[in-house]
Design a protein around this ligand. Structure first.
Ligand SMILES: [Zn+2]
Ligand SMILES: [Zn+2]
Length: 505
């Protein structure tokens, strides 16, 4: 008997340096009882059979070249079978924060998109946070340590090919989970997942590893993103959706908004504001500005005021026309009832206006007010950014460059001919001093850029690359005088308080 076993291993080892027994042991197929020797033929046979059954090979317990070749393909380092698989441990909260240590803008973008795939089909929300996180991704090489504690990671990497990455599953205490990516791989950082160069797609690998970090084990369904071996998926399969929803439910389950069964006729909610100065401070983040030929367009929800600032004299509240309803003027926009408001707006160097309403991008001629052919388009597709994407602002600067600020942290320089991003960087690198997740941006006629966030503005000098002024985003920012900020308003408040003066409607 012993001779037979030795012969078996001698043949296996002679065929190649690949150690299939080691493989079966590492990935949980070989069940070692107590300290039983690896050279137990029965256990190895069972392990081979389990592997064959899992990956739909004929189950005969014999290893052949085809199976060994299969085993050697690039894969995830997490075992396919483990004693912990029965315990479904998950995150107890739905709002999870993540970070990718020392990552480039490109990698951060990939990670964000990968988390987005899981968020699409679950009630989980993922936020990127540099300092406070539940899931930490890092690039590691060979024998390596944990990113957070610097303790030795029990699993090492094996150079190019073989193991691509590994992740840990959530623990009962819901403490930090790490994902380690093998630095030795030549990673393809393509978001769209071009089929021909998907061999080491970081995007696919990242979606897979995040699945583990959320509590999902491997799936033997070839179509699943949780398949142990690298596949070409860049979205979740039915199998993956079922897995995430069995842990967390679906997004709809937890939605607090009750949708009417019968479609009701949309009604137009009247906007009570008729004066720019009536826009409340807490809604100032919904104000967008656009400067065209000496005219400042102040845009708020469906309304737009046009302020003539060409003569540089200060204008007061009487000096502008009543607001225009954008949806009346620009017929191609959604009807007023469903118009979601302007997310971002800018003028292209050729004069055309680009208006973004949520996920739709409208490009139109200002004079004819007609759409350019092929529009509206999905905004992410237009800029070739992975979906879902969030546009924070777009601006055409004095240097003639157009920048789109998106997905909170990122800035892309747009090629105005092809509309693709020429380069992408973090906002902290491109516009030092400007925070992440801005509400909007505009170029004013003084040559400066104004970024807005949480009711504040950042006056930015493009040439010196720095913030030169910071303050409250009120109507006086661009010279508009509102009585609300002066003594008259205080007086009106005083009177109202004592019920002497009738309340304004
Ligand atoms: Zn895995
Ligand atoms: Zn590790």
């Amino acid at each position: 008997m012993l001779v037979l076993i030795i012969t078996f291993f001698a043949i296996a080892n002679a065929a190649s340096v690949f150690d299939s027994t080691q493989f079966l042991s590492e990935y949980g197929y070989l069940k070692r009882e107590n300290n039983a020797s690896l050279l137990d033929k029965k256990l190895v046979d069972d392990a081979v059979k389990l592997f064959q059954e899992s990956f739909q090979f004929p189950v005969d317990g014999n290893l052949n070249d085809e199976i060994e070749e299969f085993m050697r393909a690039p894969r995830c380092g997490v075992p396919d079978y483990s004693p912990f698989m029965v315990a479904k441990i998950r995150w107890k909260k739905h709002d999870l924060k993540w970070h990718y240590q020392r990552a480039t803008a490109e990698k951060l973008l990939l990670a964000r998109a990968a988390f987005g795939e899981w968020a699409k089909h679950s009630p989980l929300n993922f936020t990127h946070d540099y300092y406070d996180y539940d899931i930490l991704i890092s690039d590691k090489y060979g024998t390596h340590n944990y990113a957070k504690t610097n303790d030795r990671c029990p699993n090492k990497f094996d150079g190019p090919g073989g193991i691509l990455a590994h992740a840990f599953l959530p623990n009962k205490a819901n403490t930090l989970i790490e994902i380690h990516i093998d630095e030795a791989e030549t990673w393809n950082l393509n978001l769209e997942g071009k089929v021909e160069d998907m061999n080491t797609s970081l995007f696919n690998t990242m979606i897979h590893e995040i699945g583990h970090a959320l509590g999902i084990h491997h799936s033997f369904n070839k179509e699943s993103v949780m398949y142990p071996f690298l596949n070409r998926r860049t979205n979740l399969s039915e199998d993956d959706i079922q897995a995430i929803q069995s842990l967390y439910g679906s997004r709809e389950d937890t939605s607090t908004t009750v949708r009417p069964v019968q479609p009701t006729k949309p009604t137009v909610t009247p906007i009570s504001v008729t004066d720019v100065c009536e826009i409340k401070e807490d809604e100032s983040d919904k104000i967008h500005y656009l400067l065209i030929n000496g005219k400042l367009y102040v845009i708020f929800k469906r309304l737009s005021w046009i302020l003539n600032i060409a003569d540089e004299t200060k204008y007061d509240t009487k000096n502008y026309y009543k607001p225009l309803e954008l949806t009346d003027r620009l017929k191609f926009l959604s009807p007023a009832a469903s118009f979601k408001g302007v997310t971002a707006i800018y003028q292209r160097p050729n004069g055309e206006i680009v208006l973004i309403e949520d996920q739709n991008l409208f490009m139109f001629n200002l004079h004819t007010q007609r759409l350019i052919g092929g529009y509206p388009r999905n905004v992410c597709l237009h800029f070739n950014i992975a979906q879902p994407c969030k546009i924070n602002g777009i601006v055409n600067t004095y240097t003639g460059k157009t920048y789109v600020i998106f997905n909170e942290d990122f800035v892309g320089e747009i090629d105005e001919c092809s509309f693709t991003l020429i380069r992408t960087d973090l906002i902290s690198n491109m516009f030092p001093g400007i925070p992440a997740d801005i509400d909007g941006v505009v170029r004013f006629n003084n040559g400066l850029l104004y970024f807005f966030k949480n009711g504040n503005y950042y006056e930015y000098n493009e040439f010196f690359k720095k913030v030169i002024k910071f303050g409250k985003k009120d109507h006086e920012l661009f010279g508009l005088l509102c009585y609300s900020n002066n003594i008259l308003k205080q007086f009106a408040d005083f009177i109202t308080k004592f019920h002497v003066y009738p309340k304004r409607g």
